[in-house]
Design a protein around this ligand. Sequence first.
Ligand SMILES: NC(=O)c1ccc[n+]([C@@H]2O[C@H](COP(=O)([O-])OP(=O)(O)OC[C@H]3O[C@@H](n4cnc5c(N)ncnc54)[C@H](OP(=O)(O)O)[C@@H]3O)[C@@H](O)[C@H]2O)c1
Length: 212
Amino acid sequence: MNVLLLGASGRIGQRIAAELLERGHEVTGVSRSGDVPGIDDTDCKAVAGDATDADEIAALAEGHDAVASALGPSEDETADILSEMAAAVIKGLRQTSVDRLVWTGGAGGLNVEPNTMLIETDDFPDEFEPVSRAAIDAFEIIREADDLEWTYVAPAAQIEPGERTGEYRSAEGELVATADGESYISMEDFAVAFVDELESGDAINTQLGVGY
Ligand SMILES: NC(=O)c1ccc[n+]([C@@H]2O[C@H](COP(=O)([O-])OP(=O)(O)OC[C@H]3O[C@@H](n4cnc5c(N)ncnc54)[C@H](OP(=O)(O)O)[C@@H]3O)[C@@H](O)[C@H]2O)c1
């Protein structure tokens, strides 16, 4: 597959790029600077692009089989830039022949029980609320796009750099947690789940929770 990866310079984006390349896919990695650290230039074409600009996204996306996103708000911007990016990416894709979008989402919008999202639970940390709300807003925009084949892949409550085990569980719309309530996934295994979905297309127009 020939994949345009938005947010390729980010913590999760770099792991998705590595996973795609390991499986023999072609990757065009996008960041604002045009640098994608940690990935050899000969493997991954790195280009500059602004994900809030629909026309730029359209020009970058054309000719790819799919667009993948690991976009996140940078420290100098408010979290709500995320929904602006989601809207621009969708608008951009509609100008192209590319209709597959796999998006890295947030755990806060996943259900912990029917009709209760993680963000609505009493011990949800205040510090994560703005970015979590922004990720939910981005999801609302993406899920309206029924002319596209999107998948919104949301990690467990905790996601950190770690080991690639190749193991994970996924659940439609639900936070994945162990029997003792721990919700965790390494960034490397999140990338495995993300690329599995990109390759299989098993969860089209679905919000997918991923964890151990
Ligand atoms: N448990 C959870 O729910 C959880 C935990 C962690 C992360 N996440 C979500 O996962 C996503 C990725 O997280 P991360 O930690 O990997 O983020 P990150 O390291 O901050 O990376 C963000 C990426 O977005 C890019 N970016 C930001 N603004 C851009 C713009 N206007 N145009 C183009 N690229 C832009 C950055 O590129 P440059 O700055 O190089 O241009 C960078 O590659 C985020 O949406 C985050 O909310 C969820």
